[in-house]
Design a protein around this ligand. Structure first.
Ligand SMILES: Nc1ncnc2c1ncn2[C@@H]1O[C@H](COP(=O)(O)OP(=O)(O)OP(=O)(O)O)[C@@H](O)[C@H]1O
Ligand SMILES: [Mg+2]
Length: 216
């Protein structure tokens, strides 16, 4: 799975580490390949005191080696965290992935950035999903106007939006400071949204991997 967005700060690392931890917490052996020269995913997972996903610092050009290594280490899942703006690395990650996870905040600039990412993903013909991150919490079930507008724009772009929306919650930052998932913290609302996102992504990944394994 490649977690991508051309726009910086949308939440790639937060989503990538949470999906990797979700798989780990459910018993799957996971390798995270951190392609971002800032190595944020590596630093966050390194702060973890409990057993967790393995993480390697690498580059787009060396991703194929990381994918072989994941197979050799009997990993069920490889999660690639990419850097913003790095179009070449992005291309390498997308080519290798069975599923591309794009992350957007519900803002005009993020959605404009997504249009470019989406066109690359479509050109490469990869199954993909769009995760809306840092959305304000819905009040009494009603989405904030910014989220409604963003969802309308995404629908207009025919973007495959994940039904599980990730909300802006400080607990994501607090948990990751210790290399933990919000699923390991006491905030049940955050834990529920990550569990719902994992359930959706896992099903998409299973479909995409089965399709990738079928002869053309
Ligand atoms: N759902 C969320 N709730 C609260 N804070 C969040 C959430 N998602 C991300 N953040 C915060 O927003 C900032 C950017 O997130 P993150 O580092 O995951 O983005 P990124 O896309 O990986 O950034 P970069 O482009 O620099 O790699 C971080 O400070 C992170 O803690
Ligand atoms: Mg990042």
């Amino acid at each position: 799975m490649a977690v991508v967005a051309l726009k910086g700060g949308s939440g790639k690392t937060t989503v990538a580490t949470h999906l990797a931890l979700a798989a780990h917490l459910r018993g799957a052996p996971v390798l995270v390949a951190d392609v971002d020269p800032q190595h944020s995913a590596h630093d966050l997972l390194d702060a973890r005191s409990e057993p967790g996903p393995d993480c390697v610092k690498t580059t787009g050009a060396k991703l194929l080696a990381a994918q072989f290594a994941a197979g050799g280490l009997q990993k069920d899942l490889l999660v690639i965290d990419t850097a913003a703006g790095a179009v070449e690395d992005l291309g390498e990650a997308i080519v290798l992935a069975d599923l591309v996870v794009m992350v957007v905040r519900p803002t005009l600039l993020d959605i404009a950035g997504l249009a470019r990412t989406l066109s690359i993903v479509r050109r490469l013909g990869k199954p993909s999903t769009v995760v809306v991150n840092q959305a304000p919490v819905a009040r009494e079930g009603a989405e904030a106007p910014v989220v409604r507008r963003a969802l309308r724009a995404l629908e207009y772009m025919q973007a495959p939006v994940a039904p599980a929306i990730v909300r802006a919650r400080t607990i994501y930052q607090v948990a990751l400071e210790r290399g933990r998932s919000v699923e390991e913290m006491t905030d049940k609302a955050a834990a529920r949204e990550v569990a719902a996102l994992w359930e959706f992504v896992e099903a998409r990944l299973a479909e995409a991997s089965a399709a990738a394994a079928r002869p053309a």
